[in-house]
Each structure stands twice: as structure tokens, then as C-alpha cells.
Design a protein around this ligand. Structure first.
Ligand SMILES: Nc1ncnc2c1ncn2[C@@H]1O[C@H](COP(=O)(O)OP(=O)(O)O)[C@@H](O)[C@H]1O
Ligand SMILES: Cc1ncc(COP(=O)(O)O)c(N)n1
Length: 264
């Protein structure tokens, strides 16, 4: 049976991150992708130019439109730029109680431009985080949520425990470009597990977090348990970085279809 996945996130007109990365990732996993747009972002591989949030009413209506017709098998949540967007999405998560909710608490684009109002982190923790079956912060995001500095994989484990205590079911802190070996750490409330494939020396990392979280959501819908869903997604994102097409003047996008179209 075809699995259906919903992404609730921002639109990246340059196609490498946000909703666009999510839908490409879902297509690459053979699942049916649906999208609720929370913000329209004028951005490219080099910079964020402007952000326009969709009204809370329109966010809610999009979520209603999806759930009254095609109930998703998993939901991925990305950029929620303001408390108003966060509360609109949280209200609908409470109403529909979807299975397999993966939340990527997006705060910055790869060039460091903010994608979330800095004062919103408290709202994110209080209203949105408790709905996460898996929360996937990168190191800067984890530092904001946990309220501690992270310099080592041991710090990642400690921060993951602190974040778990705020109410999500699993936490994956992504080392990416900020930790040697690009090691990621998963904490499930009992034990921590490290994922390490190796760090690629590249600037083509636009959309890595969006791609990873969508791949995890797809794998969960396909029936994999969390640790295996993460392992498969990490392997996929690593391949997609390696096979990046080298587009744009900043942090380039990934090759989401690297496993479908063979290397030339
Ligand atoms: N240069 C890299 N080499 C290998 N893996 C990477 C690299 N950069 C990011 N990753 C991996 O991509 C996934 C997304 O992580 P990250 O880039 O930290 O997320 P975000 O986009 O939220 O900052 C993680 O599994 C991370 O380890
Ligand atoms: C609309 C939107 N959402 C998220 C990101 C961050 O993407 P990533 O952290 O995966 O590079 C982005 N640049 N734009």
C-alpha cells in the first residue's frame, strides 16, 4: 500500500531546502508527498532575502484539507518562523494526533540567516516539541533548546538527554559540519546511539536537515523503527551530498535522486 507523508514547512524557491527538498526526498523514497506551506521564503543557496508567513487560518485550513481526505502515515515539520505559526500547527497536531511526527526545529539557513524569530524558542519548546516522536536539531539549535554549549559527542549526548526531558519521545542531534566525522547522536529516553559515516569536505549542504528529516519520516511510514529509519536516512543524505550537482553561488543543493539515476 502506498504510504502518504505530509510536510508542514517553509517554501524555498531555489528548490534545495524546505518543502521542495521534502517532496523530492519523499518521491525518492517511493512515498506519496503532500505539503502544507507555513511560510514563503525568498532565498537561494547564498542568502535569505525575505520571509512571508502564511496566516494561521490558512495554515489550519491547509492541514484540515489534507486530513479530511488523505490521512498521512507520517508528518514532517520544518520551518515554523513565529509563535503564531507554531500555535496554529500545534493546535492541529492536537486535533488530529498523527502517527510518526518528525520535527526539525529549523532556526537558521546554512549561511546563518535566521528563519525563526529568536524569541520564539520558548514557544517552540512549550507548544510544538511535545508532539515530536523524533526531534532533529542541529548543534546550534540543540544549544538553544538545551541551554548548553556543545563541543564534543559527549556534550551531544548530554544535550539530547536535556532536550528529551522537555517532552519529545526521541532526539537526534545532528553533528553535520559542526562535529568531526559528522556524527549524529540519537537518544530514545534510555540509551544513546551514535551514527557516523564520515564528514564530506563540501559546501553543498543546503537542505541537508530538511532532507534527513523527510527521509526519516518516509522510513517510519514504510515501517522501520526509529533507529533503523535514522540509519537509512543518514546513508541516503550522505549519498545525496556526495552526488550534489554543484549548483548556485553559496551552499549548493543535494542530489535527491542520486539512487534513482545512476552516476554518469
Ligand atoms: N559535510 C557533511 N558530511 C557528511 N554528512 C553531513 C555533512 N553535513 C551535514 N551532514 C549530515 O547531514 C544530516 C543533516 O545535518 P545538518 O546539516 O547538521 O542539519 P541542518 O541542515 O539542520 O543544519 C546529518 O546526518 C549530518 O550529519
Ligand atoms: C524554507 C526553508 N526551510 C528550511 C531551511 C533550512 O534548511 P537546511 O537546514 O536543511 O539546510 C531553509 N533554508 N529554507
Amino acid at each position: 500500500m502506498l504510504k502518504k507523508i505530509l510536510t508542514i514547512a517553509g517554501s524555498d524557491c531555489s528548490g534545495g531546502a524546505g518543502i521542495q527538498a521534502d517532496l523530492k526526498t519523499m518521491a525518492a523514497h517511493g512515498v506519496y508527498g503532500m505539503s502544507v506551506i507555513v511560510s514563503v521564503v525568498a532565498e537561494n543557496t547564498a542568502r535569505v532575502i525575505d520571509i512571508q508567513d502564511i496566516s494561521p487560518k490558512m495554515i489550519e485550513e491547509q492541514i484540515d484539507a489534507v486530513f479530511e481526505d488523505i490521512v498521512p502515515d507520517a508528518v514532517k515539520i520544518g520551518m515554523l518562523s513565529s509563535p503564531a505559526c507554531m500555535k496554529a500547527v500545534a493546535g492541529k497536531l492536537e486535533q488530529y494526533q498523527p502517527q510518526h511526527v518528525v520535527i526539525d526545529p529549523v532556526m537558521f539557513a546554512k549561511n546563518g540567516d535566521p528563519l525563526m524569530e529568536p524569541a520564539s524558542v520558548g514557544t517552540l519548546i512549550k507548544y510544538v516539541l511535545p508532539y515530536a516522536d523524533l526531534l532533529t536539531p542541529n548543534i546550534p539549535e540543540a544549544q538553544h533548546i538545551a541551554g548548553m554549549k556543545i563541543s564534543t559527542p559527549e556534550d551531544m549526548e548530554e544535550a539530547a538527554r536535556l532536550i528529551y526531558a522537555k517532552g519529545c519521545k526521541n532526539v537526534l542531534i545532528k553533528g553535520g559540519r559542526n562535529m568531526a566525522g559528522a556524527v549524529d547522536v540519537l537518544f530514545d529516553g534510555e540509551s544513546a546511539r551514535r551514527y557516523e559515516i564520515g564528514q564530506i569536505d563540501t559546501s553543498n549542504t543546503h537542505g541537508t536537515g530538511c532532507t534527513l528529516s523527510s527521509a526519516i519520516a518516509s522510513n517510519l511510514a514504510l515501517g522501520h523503527p526509529v533507529p533503523e529509519a535514522v540509519e537509512l536516512a543518514k546513508s541516503y543524505v550522505t549519498d545525496a551530498i556526495r552526488r550534489a550537482p554543484g549548483l548556485g553561488h553559496g551552499c549548493g543543493p543535494l542530489n535527491h535522486f542520486c539512487r534513482i539515476f545512476p552516476e554518469e
